[in-house]
Design a protein around this ligand. Sequence first.
Ligand SMILES: N[C@@H](CCC(=O)N[C@@H](CS)C(=O)NCC(=O)O)C(=O)O
Length: 195
Amino acid sequence: MAIKLYQSQTSMFCEKVRIVLALKDVPYEVVDVKKDDRKSLIELSGQRKVPVMDYHGQCIIDSTYISAFLEKKYPQNTIYPSGVSDKGLCLILEDWSDEVLIHAMHLMRRAESAEARKEAEKELAVHFQSLDQLFTGKRFIFDRMTVADIAIFTQLHYLYTVIKYEVPDSYKNLHTWMELMRNSLKLASLYDFAA
Ligand SMILES: N[C@@H](CCC(=O)N[C@@H](CS)C(=O)NCC(=O)O)C(=O)O
Protein backbone atom coordinates (compact mmCIF):
# COMPACT_ATOMS: atom_id res chain seq x y z
CA MET A 1 0.00 0.00 0.00
CA ALA A 2 1.45 3.39 -1.00
CA ILE A 3 1.82 6.35 1.33
CA LYS A 4 -0.91 8.87 0.49
CA LEU A 5 -0.76 12.62 1.01
CA TYR A 6 -4.19 14.21 1.21
CA GLN A 7 -3.52 17.72 0.08
CA SER A 8 -4.33 20.74 -2.04
CA GLN A 9 -1.64 22.02 -4.37
CA THR A 10 -1.92 25.65 -3.23
CA SER A 11 -1.65 25.03 0.53
CA MET A 12 1.66 26.17 1.99
CA PHE A 13 1.36 23.55 4.75
CA CYS A 14 1.07 20.86 2.08
CA GLU A 15 4.06 22.31 0.30
CA LYS A 16 6.02 22.07 3.55
CA VAL A 17 5.27 18.34 3.71
CA ARG A 18 5.98 17.82 -0.01
CA ILE A 19 9.42 19.37 0.53
CA VAL A 20 10.15 17.08 3.50
CA LEU A 21 9.05 14.04 1.46
CA ALA A 22 11.26 15.14 -1.44
CA LEU A 23 14.30 15.79 0.77
CA LYS A 24 13.95 12.33 2.23
CA ASP A 25 13.25 10.80 -1.16
CA VAL A 26 10.05 9.12 0.00
CA PRO A 27 7.68 7.99 -2.77
CA TYR A 28 4.00 8.83 -2.21
CA GLU A 29 0.69 9.31 -3.95
CA VAL A 30 -1.30 12.50 -3.86
CA VAL A 31 -5.03 12.72 -3.13
CA ASP A 32 -6.37 16.11 -4.22
CA VAL A 33 -9.01 16.91 -1.61
CA LYS A 34 -10.73 19.53 -3.73
CA LYS A 35 -11.78 16.90 -6.26
CA ASP A 36 -14.38 15.24 -4.02
CA ASP A 37 -15.12 18.25 -1.79
CA ARG A 38 -12.95 16.78 1.03
CA LYS A 39 -15.25 13.76 1.40
CA SER A 40 -12.45 11.16 1.45
CA LEU A 41 -10.34 13.40 3.72
CA ILE A 42 -13.13 13.73 6.28
CA GLU A 43 -13.82 9.99 6.12
CA LEU A 44 -10.15 9.24 6.82
CA SER A 45 -9.29 11.92 9.38
CA GLY A 46 -12.57 13.20 10.83
CA GLN A 47 -11.65 16.82 10.02
CA ARG A 48 -11.29 19.11 6.97
CA LYS A 49 -7.75 20.45 7.08
CA VAL A 50 -4.83 19.39 4.93
CA PRO A 51 -2.18 18.04 4.92
CA VAL A 52 -3.08 14.58 6.18
CA MET A 53 -0.92 11.53 5.57
CA ASP A 54 -2.18 7.99 5.28
CA TYR A 55 0.92 6.01 6.21
CA HIS A 56 0.03 2.42 5.40
CA GLY A 57 -3.26 2.79 7.27
CA GLN A 58 -1.97 5.13 10.01
CA CYS A 59 -3.52 8.61 9.80
CA ILE A 60 -1.33 11.61 10.69
CA ILE A 61 -2.80 15.12 10.73
CA ASP A 62 -0.93 18.47 10.60
CA SER A 63 2.28 19.39 8.77
CA THR A 64 4.34 19.56 11.98
CA TYR A 65 3.33 16.08 13.15
CA ILE A 66 3.73 14.67 9.65
CA SER A 67 7.24 16.15 9.37
CA ALA A 68 8.27 14.77 12.78
CA PHE A 69 6.77 11.38 11.88
CA LEU A 70 8.69 11.29 8.57
CA GLU A 71 11.91 12.18 10.37
CA LYS A 72 11.47 9.18 12.68
CA LYS A 73 10.71 6.79 9.84
CA TYR A 74 13.29 8.23 7.43
CA PRO A 75 16.15 9.76 9.42
CA GLN A 76 18.28 10.36 6.30
CA ASN A 77 18.69 14.01 5.27
CA THR A 78 17.52 15.18 8.66
CA ILE A 79 15.21 18.20 8.82
CA TYR A 80 16.37 19.20 12.30
CA PRO A 81 19.62 20.87 13.44
CA SER A 82 22.35 19.15 15.45
CA GLY A 83 22.10 19.57 19.21
CA VAL A 84 19.11 19.26 21.51
CA SER A 85 18.83 22.95 22.33
CA ASP A 86 18.89 23.97 18.65
CA LYS A 87 16.26 21.33 17.93
CA GLY A 88 14.02 22.94 20.57
CA LEU A 89 14.53 26.36 19.00
CA CYS A 90 13.88 24.91 15.54
CA LEU A 91 10.52 23.50 16.72
CA ILE A 92 9.63 26.86 18.28
CA LEU A 93 10.40 28.65 14.99
CA GLU A 94 8.42 26.09 13.01
CA ASP A 95 5.48 26.73 15.30
CA TRP A 96 5.94 30.51 15.01
CA SER A 97 5.82 30.23 11.26
CA ASP A 98 2.75 27.97 11.23
CA GLU A 99 0.79 29.88 13.87
CA VAL A 100 2.00 33.51 13.78
CA LEU A 101 3.51 34.28 10.37
CA ILE A 102 0.50 32.60 8.75
CA HIS A 103 -1.73 35.25 10.32
CA ALA A 104 -0.05 37.96 8.21
CA MET A 105 -0.56 35.80 5.10
CA HIS A 106 -4.27 35.46 5.90
CA LEU A 107 -4.53 39.24 6.40
CA MET A 108 -2.86 39.83 3.03
CA ARG A 109 -5.05 37.31 1.24
CA ARG A 110 -8.27 38.65 2.72
CA ALA A 111 -7.46 42.38 2.44
CA GLU A 112 -10.12 43.86 0.21
CA SER A 113 -9.78 47.57 0.99
CA ALA A 114 -6.67 49.75 0.74
CA GLU A 115 -6.85 50.22 4.50
CA ALA A 116 -6.93 46.46 5.20
CA ARG A 117 -4.03 45.96 2.82
CA LYS A 118 -2.04 48.65 4.65
CA GLU A 119 -2.69 46.94 7.99
CA ALA A 120 -1.59 43.59 6.56
CA GLU A 121 1.58 45.11 5.12
CA LYS A 122 2.31 46.68 8.50
CA GLU A 123 2.12 43.29 10.20
CA LEU A 124 4.22 41.70 7.48
CA ALA A 125 6.89 44.39 7.84
CA VAL A 126 7.35 43.47 11.51
CA HIS A 127 8.04 39.86 10.50
CA PHE A 128 10.30 40.83 7.59
CA GLN A 129 12.36 42.98 9.95
CA SER A 130 12.77 40.11 12.44
CA LEU A 131 13.60 37.61 9.71
CA ASP A 132 16.08 39.96 8.05
CA GLN A 133 17.87 40.26 11.38
CA LEU A 134 17.69 36.49 11.92
CA PHE A 135 19.43 35.83 8.60
CA THR A 136 22.24 38.32 9.14
CA GLY A 137 25.53 36.51 8.46
CA LYS A 138 23.79 33.13 8.03
CA ARG A 139 23.02 30.77 5.21
CA PHE A 140 20.30 28.82 6.99
CA ILE A 141 18.90 29.43 10.49
CA PHE A 142 20.93 26.54 11.92
CA ASP A 143 23.86 24.45 10.72
CA ARG A 144 21.85 23.05 7.80
CA MET A 145 18.48 23.57 6.12
CA THR A 146 15.84 22.56 8.66
CA VAL A 147 12.07 22.41 8.93
CA ALA A 148 12.20 25.95 10.39
CA ASP A 149 13.64 27.27 7.10
CA ILE A 150 11.15 25.16 5.15
CA ALA A 151 8.11 26.34 7.16
CA ILE A 152 9.06 30.02 6.82
CA PHE A 153 10.01 29.70 3.16
CA THR A 154 6.75 28.05 2.14
CA GLN A 155 4.81 30.96 3.66
CA LEU A 156 6.91 33.55 1.83
CA HIS A 157 6.82 31.56 -1.39
CA TYR A 158 3.02 31.51 -1.13
CA LEU A 159 3.05 35.29 -0.63
CA TYR A 160 5.05 35.72 -3.81
CA THR A 161 3.35 33.16 -6.03
CA VAL A 162 -0.30 33.22 -4.95
CA ILE A 163 -0.78 36.67 -3.40
CA LYS A 164 1.75 38.16 -5.86
CA TYR A 165 3.43 40.24 -3.21
CA GLU A 166 7.20 40.53 -3.23
CA VAL A 167 9.34 40.97 -0.14
CA PRO A 168 10.70 44.54 -0.47
CA ASP A 169 14.32 44.74 -1.70
CA SER A 170 15.42 46.56 1.45
CA TYR A 171 15.36 43.24 3.37
CA LYS A 172 18.62 42.11 1.82
CA ASN A 173 19.47 39.20 4.14
CA LEU A 174 15.97 37.82 3.76
CA HIS A 175 16.27 38.04 -0.04
CA THR A 176 19.62 36.26 -0.04
CA TRP A 177 18.19 33.44 2.08
CA MET A 178 15.09 33.16 -0.14
CA GLU A 179 17.29 32.90 -3.21
CA LEU A 180 19.32 30.16 -1.51
CA MET A 181 16.13 28.29 -0.58
CA ARG A 182 14.73 28.67 -4.10
CA ASN A 183 17.93 27.38 -5.67
CA SER A 184 18.21 24.52 -3.19
CA LEU A 185 14.61 23.37 -3.56
CA LYS A 186 13.90 24.20 -7.21
CA LEU A 187 10.14 24.26 -6.57
CA ALA A 188 7.45 24.55 -9.15
CA SER A 189 5.64 27.79 -8.50
CA LEU A 190 2.54 27.40 -6.36
CA TYR A 191 0.97 29.94 -8.68
CA ASP A 192 1.18 27.49 -11.57
CA PHE A 193 -1.39 25.40 -9.74
CA ALA A 194 -3.44 28.23 -8.26
CA ALA A 195 -6.05 28.51 -10.99
N1 LIG B 1 -1.52 23.65 11.49
C1 LIG B 1 -2.00 22.95 10.31
C2 LIG B 1 -2.70 23.95 9.41
C3 LIG B 1 -3.44 23.28 8.26
C4 LIG B 1 -4.33 24.26 7.52
O1 LIG B 1 -4.69 25.34 8.00
N2 LIG B 1 -4.72 23.84 6.29
C5 LIG B 1 -5.62 24.64 5.47
C6 LIG B 1 -5.00 24.80 4.07
S1 LIG B 1 -3.61 25.86 4.06
C7 LIG B 1 -6.93 23.91 5.26
O2 LIG B 1 -6.95 22.74 4.94
N3 LIG B 1 -8.05 24.63 5.43
C8 LIG B 1 -9.36 24.08 5.15
C9 LIG B 1 -10.41 24.38 6.18
O3 LIG B 1 -10.05 25.03 7.20
O4 LIG B 1 -11.55 23.99 5.96
C10 LIG B 1 -0.79 22.29 9.63
O5 LIG B 1 0.36 22.68 9.89
O6 LIG B 1 -0.99 21.33 8.87
